[in-house]
Design a protein around this ligand. Structure first.
Ligand SMILES: CC(C)(COP(=O)(O)OP(=O)(O)OC[C@H]1O[C@@H](n2cnc3c(N)ncnc32)[C@H](O)[C@@H]1OP(=O)(O)O)[C@@H](O)C(=O)NCCC(=O)NCCS
Length: 185
């Protein structure tokens, strides 16, 4: 259950993102601007302000209350070292959500993304009762593909010109993980 805080590895914990995290999250995005640029949508200058992050986090809190999104931060002390999210949560016959994540450049290669994704999968299965999770990566994102494979995701397709990332519509490799075959909640 991840509605509180769980230790992921060493002194890094995973807990739900809150509007009060805006300043620390803003610092993390500034620190990781170059690291995330190849994998993220284009961000304007405005994105790197505390006000913009506060707005995003408030919006995520509204979406969480509506059951559409679940968003966690990975924190070490007062520092945000990563983020992971279940978005586009769909109920009924689809019972699915989209998984996304990033890890601070100074903390990669320690298994944090794999541990966080594993927790998010358990949450989606046990707490949300979803049937399936989906994730997409750029074809060149070997690290993210390794994370998904380690968490039991299976590649099921290639979507041409799927997402606008780093300034262009880019192909994405699509992965899914079946969580259970229970009837929709
Ligand atoms: C992708 C990302 C989240 C991985 O985070 P992480 O905490 O380093 O991931 P983990 O340590 O759990 O696992 C990384 C795996 O990728 C592997 N890996 C790393 N770089 C690699 C590369 N260039 N080629 C192949 N595999 C690679 C590691 O060896 C490891 O696998 P292993 O445990 O089998 O050795 C992180 O690099 C990141 O934030 N990248 C930028 C944003 C991003 O790509 N987000 C995902 C968008 S789909």
């Amino acid at each position: 259950v991840i509605t509180d805080s769980v230790v992921l590895a060493g002194s890094v914990t995973m807990r739900p993102a809150e509007p009060g995290d805006a300043a620390a999250l803003c610092l993390a995005f500034r620190r990781n601007r170059g690291h995330l640029r190849p994998w993220d949508p284009d961000r304007g200058e405005e994105f790197y302000t505390v006000e913009a992050q506060q707005g995003r986090l408030r919006d995520l809190a509204v979406q969480r209350d509506a059951g559409r999104t679940m968003s966690w931060l990975l924190v070490e002390g007062d520092t945000v070292v990563g983020s992971i999210m279940l978005s586009s949560i769909a109920r009924g016959p689809l019972s699915s959500a989209v998984l996304g994540y990033w890890i601070d450049a100074g903390h990669t290669g320690r298994g944090l993304a794999t541990a966080a994704a594993g927790r998010a999968c358990s949450f989606a299965d046990e707490q949300l009762g979803l049937h399936r999770l989906e994730a997409g990566t750029l074809p060149s994102n070997s690290a993210s593909q390794a994370v998904l494979a380690k968490c039991g995701f299976v590649r099921y397709g290639l979507a041409p010109r799927y997402l606008h990332i780093a300034g262009q519509w880019r192909d994405h490799v699509l992965f899914q993980k079946i969580l259970n075959d229970l009837p929709p909640r």
